[in-house]
Design a protein around this ligand. Structure first.
Ligand code: 5GP
Ligand code: ZN
Length: 111
């Protein structure tokens, strides 16, 4: 069972902030900083390297749009956009996702 597939299918609850036919974005449970968001394709891909270019192109457009929207709404001074691929790089959930981590000062998070 994949936890993010369960979130996409609304089998387990999440704080969804964006959804279209291909992509969903919801708040990360850990909230490394206020507004920390995960953006996932609705279709399951284990990681970035498994994802087809067409899906990835749409996904990254949504990531950028939300990075702008979240930063403006929360008055962030900057934003980290990151992806972890494979366990050695820190991936803990094997469903492709991008993190959007709003930054308020240089010392507000360790990522
Ligand atoms: P990774 O380390 O794989 O790049 O990031 C996985 C992220 O998923 C972590 O930041 C973790 O807090 C988040 N996460 C794990 N389980 C859940 C969950 O059930 N709901 C939400 N919203 N986030 C989760
Ligand atoms: Zn999945």
């Amino acid at each position: 069972m994949c936890i993010f597939c369960s979130i996409v299918n609304k089998e387990i609850p999440s704080s969804c902030i964006y959804e279209d036919d291909q992509v969903m974005a919801f708040l990360d449970l850990s909230q490394v900083t206020k507004g920390h968001t995960l953006v996932v394709p609705k279709k399951h891909y284990d990681n970035l390297l498994e994802c087809d270019d067409e899906t990835l192109a749409h996904l990254i457009q949504v990531v950028k749009m939300l990075a702008v929207r979240i930063s403006e709404r929360l008055n962030a001074q900057g934003v980290n956009v990151l992806n972890n691929t494979h366990e050695a790089a820190g991936q803990t959930v094997n469903h492709l996702h991008f993190h959007i981590i709003p930054r308020y000062s240089e010392n507000d998070a360790v990522v």
